[in-house]
Design a protein around this ligand. Structure first.
Ligand SMILES: *Cc1c(COP(=O)(O)O)cnc(C)c1O
Length: 314
């Protein structure tokens, strides 16, 4: 396997343990991997990707990074936090849709003093063009990190996470993660193929992009990067976006309340609440056996939770 250097930014391995109350409630053994506790800002899955991406930026001599996402992007906030720690300048070029008010992750962006520019577009092509334009205007080379850090190099982060799970020695029958831009799902599915061959991975789609194409494509590119010959698995994708990307769903909000009430763990409305709702739905449909071990990957997102107006959707 080819080896890629990564920056040490998070506290890994993250904690992993069984959730006794949720397990009782759902009639199977539910475990959690706390990537929300990885030690940068409010934690989250982007840190594993950024360890590779920002090391690559530094190694190639860039001193300015840019990334994008929606206004409350956890990924953008974490990119800024990690880049600044490494002494790299950072500009966030975000989509104007969503909550642009100084709430949630925008508070953290403000505290970091990171420059945020909004573009009134729904096309990431427009955004990447704008990044190039800003770079030319500033006369600086720009290391562009795609939305969610989901490219082949970023995908290596969750292949490593599956290695961490394998190192724990606990056997998992099932694993559940959220799928928002595809890199985490691709890393989990390919990483499970390499490190946890008996574990079935379910990816809860929180956006209606064509993940049946995106996830296998990222897996192919990551496998090529690593120089491994594997048959690319067909991902098990579950529709969980509900009313739409980053719009809370009733099922997701129930799952968030269950996790908070029974285990004292904070999920978010955009990703982890909907992903956990997918696990709950499958448990209630009898998809898991009573003695199965089911691992939920907590990918973070607390910042976005606090940008939601909870009264409005009653
Ligand atoms: C970005 C994000 C995801 C989705 O991960 P992708 O790799 O973009 O699919 C899941 N949970 C949280 C909290 C996120 O911020």
């Amino acid at each position: 396997m080819n080896h890629f250097e990564k920056e040490s930014l998070g506290l890994f391995p993250t904690p992993m343990y069984r959730l006794p109350n949720i397990s009782r409630e759902l009639g199977t053994n539910v475990w959690i991997k706390r990537d929300d506790l990885c030690g940068v800002a409010l934690g989250g899955n982007k840190v594993r990707k950024l360890e590779y991406l920002l090391r690559d930026a530094k190694a190639k001599g860039y001193d300015l990074v840019m990334t994008t996402g929606q206004a409350q992007s956890n990924h953008a906030m974490l990119t800024a936090a990690c880049a600044l720690r490494m002494g790299l300048a950072c500009i966030l070029v975000l989509k104007k849709r969503g909550v642009t008010a100084r709430k949630g992750n925008q508070i953290l962006n403000h505290l970091m003093g990171v420059e945020v520019r909004y573009l009134d577009t729904d096309s990431y092509e427009d955004i990447y063009r704008e990044m190039d334009r800003i770079g030319t205007e500033l006369g600086r080379k720009v290391y562009k990190i795609p939305c969610g850090g989901s490219n082949a190099l970023g995908t290596l982060g969750y292949i490593d996470c599956m290695g961490e799970v394998a190192d724990s020695g606990v056997h998992f029958d099932h694993l559940v993660c959220a799928c928002g831009s595809g890199g985490t799902a691709a890393g989990c599915v390919l990483g499970a193929k390499l490190h946890l061959p008996e574990t079935k991975v379910m990816c809860a789609m929180v956006d209606n992009d064509p993940f049946e194409k995106i996830v296998p494509q990222l897996m192919r590119e990551a496998a090529e990067l690593l120089g491994v010959q594997v048959e690319i698995p067909v991902p098990d994708l579950l529709e969980m976006w509900g009313p739409g990307y980053s719009i809370p769903s009733a099922e997701g909000n129930e799952a968030i309340a269950m996790m908070m009430r029974l285990e004292g763990i904070v999920l978010d409305t955009c990703y982890t609440g909907k992903a956990f709702a997918g696990l709950v739905r499958r448990a209630r449909e009898g998809f898991y056996k009573p003695d199965d071990n089911v691992l939920f990957i907590h990918t973070g997102g607390a910042g976005g939770l606090f940008a939601q107006d909870w009264e409005k959707e009653e």
